[in-house]
Design a protein around this ligand. Structure first.
Ligand code: F6R
Length: 579
């Protein structure tokens, strides 16, 4: 989704820092970009639609702000790309979020020329208007920001300072030896500084030769608390891999071992789960399938009922939450609005919030009473792989910890890490399979029990990377409708683990084979129902981990075969911060 990067420095390389900062956050998804630099007495702007060029010659300047835009208000045009200017070209703005009342606000502005269809441009003209009566840029931005409805983060400059205000949308400030930076993603700041300030909502700050922070509502100053992070920037670079998705899939065995280093956090959380009157797991997309897997794991391992909902639906069914409930919010980014909103509402009810997130300092992380980091390291491919594996492992270990069998859980996660290594070695085999099925328009994935959420996640991974319509079903649902979709040659992946679902799901494999399907069996042993067999050794309940890695690799190979960039699926963004 939209990305922000801004710099004020004593050096003259602010525009090139902004350019490389934007390149670092382009993985979040965007359809146009722009950079404004203060030169002489006004702002010069370069912007375009599409992706950033590999190289860009930029002027020298001490102050520059840039943006990658994911269109919401107004189409993908150069005029709609940020940064936007006021009428005098002495003020500029970049913005993430949606100003819900921008049409009402625009009506109040008389005598201003608008060149775009965006809500953002309304903000900068409002600030221009306020500058006539307020004493400073800071005050003009604060007053304007208070009038905006919705969740917004803005970065505004008059060429002397950068003023930042936020509510809802993530922003991080960095302090370097030459000045200050602001970005919507902390990883983008790491080449310049490891001293980071994660901004709270309703704050406003001004960066020039120093930094001052205030509450946006009352302009009361407060002392910023910078944290020094020990993150490694190179962890978020491609290294020698052609795509982030491939690199991140290869990192999965290590991610599983990282999770195993954090058993104390899991043990502590298990105690809280045991005491709670109702535990709810919420997440979106891939994370929601990790939550659904939690329902099965808690039942099978801990003999405990936990509830699950996709984040965007939770608000409609959360009336039963109380101050004794426990809400475990699962999110790689920790910024997904469809998770943050229900968490905000649950907090009003004093429900205990657990953040299971990959992102230290994220909005979810800061909101939570209990924080458990996924330990996956930065994930840049839009399609989540290693973060999902870390979610699975953490939730699996939590169910074992609640059952008082954490060591057993740890043993099978270690076994699954080894099995993921074997699956990764079989990429040539998966490539052949991808070549065989890449022309399919539809594909189905069947699983029962623990493998049902895996079927859903596999379908999502294949959809978003290859654009093939893939759907996951519970095997038992076949005869209730889905069987009508099977015709000669339809690829059907069937997960057959060595558990109680084996016989029934093999019967499903036979049913689809009888209707002409091309049956791809993912199992610990071959079966006559399979047209194609992919072996994954049995590691008990953790077999779900290598199983899903098979689907990730298949999605990746399908994307290559279909000439799609697996790191940047069309229309999708890495971090979904607007509704
Ligand atoms: C799919 C994918 C998305 C995310 C979803 C939630 O591969 O990555 O479905 O899982 O947008 O994102 P987070 O986990 O950041 O809340």
């Amino acid at each position: 989704m939209c990305g922000i990067f801004g710099v004020i420095t004593t050096k003259s390389d602010a525009p090139s820092q902004v350019f490389s900062g934007l390149s670092d956050i382009e993985y979040r998804g965007y359809d146009s970009w722009g950079i404004a630099s203060f030169i002489g007495n006004s702002f010069q702007v370069v912007k375009n639609i599409g992706f950033l060029p590999k190289k860009l010659t930029l002027p020298k300047a001490n102050l520059s702000i840039g943006h990658t835009r994911w269109a919401t208000h107004g189409g993908v045009t150069v005029a709609n790309a940020h940064p936007h200017l006021d009428c005098t070209k002495k003020l500029t703005i970049v913005h993430n979020g949606i100003v819900e009342n921008y049409q009402d606000l625009q009506k109040k502005l008389k005598g201003h020329t608008f060149v775009s269809e965006t809500d953002t441009e309304v903000i900068i003209h409002l600030i221009e208007e306020r500058m006539k009566t307020e004493k400073s840029l800071l005050r003009a931005v604060a007053v304007t920001f208070r009038s905006l409805k919705g969740l917004n983060a803005i970065v505004v400059s008059d060429g002397k300072s950068i003023v930042v205000a936020k509510k809802g949308s993530p922003l991080v400030v960095g302090k370097s030896k030459d000045g200050f930076l602001v970005a919507s993603d902390p990883n983008a700041l790491l080449p310049y500084t490891k001293e980071l300030l994660f901004l709270e909502d309703e704050t406003i700050l001004e960066m020039n030769e120093g930094l001052s922070t205030y509450g946006v509502l009352d302009l009361k100053p407060f002392k910023p608390s910078f944290q020094t992070v020990d993150w490694d920037y190179s962890a978020s670079t491609l290294k020698n891999y052609p795509h982030f998705m491939l690199k991140e899939m290869y990192e999965q065995p290590q991610v599983l071992r990282n999770v195993l280093q954090n058993l104390d956090g899991i043990k502590d959380l298990a105690k809280v789960v045991k005491k709670a009157y109702g535990t709810y797991l919420i997440g979106c997309g891939t994370a929601s399938y990790a939550c659904l897997l939690g329902v099965y794991l808690f039942s099978a391992i801990a003999k405990k009922h936990v509830n699950y909902s996709i984040g965007s639906e939770f608000d409609y069914i959360e009336d039963y939450l109380t101050d004794k409930s426990l809400l475990i919010a699962v999110s790689q980014s920790g910024e997904t609005i469809d998770v943050i909103e229900p968490v905000t509402h649950a907090k009003v009810k004093k429900t205990t919030i657990v953040a299971l997130t990959n992102t230290l300092g994220s909005t979810l992380y800061r909101m939570a009473d209990i924080k458990l980091l996924l330990q996956a390291g930065p994930e840049k491919a839009v399609a989540s792989t290693k973060a999902y594996i870390a979610m699975q492992a953490n939730i699996l270990l939590l169910s074992f910890a609640v059952a008082g069998r954490l060591e057993e859980g740890a043993r099978i996660v270690e076994k699954s890490a080894k099995e993921v290594e074997s699956v990764l070695k079989k990429i040539p085999q998966i490539k052949k399979l991808a070549n065989r099925i890449s022309a399919a328009d539809h594909m189905y994935i069947l699983g029962r029990g623990l493998s049902f959420p895996i079927a859903l996640e596999s379908a999502l991974k294949i959809k978003e990377t290859s654009y093939i319509h893939a759907e996951g079903f519970a095997g038992g649902e076949l005869k209730h409708g889905a069987l009508a979709l099977i015709t000669t040659g339809t690829p059907v992946i069937v997960y057959v683990p060595n558990d109680e679902t084996k016989e029934a799901v093999l019967a499903n494999a036979t049913e689809v084979k009888a209707r002409g399907a091309f049956v791809i069996g993912v199992s610990f042993q071959n079966n006559s129902a399979f047209d194609y067999f992919f072996e994954v050794k049995d590691t008990g309940a953790s077999s779900v981990i290598p199983h899903v890695v098979f689907a990730q690799l298949l999605g990746y190979q399908l994307s290559l075969k279909r000439k799609i960039n697996p790191d940047k699926p069309r229309n999708l963004a890495k971090s979904v911060v607007v509704k």
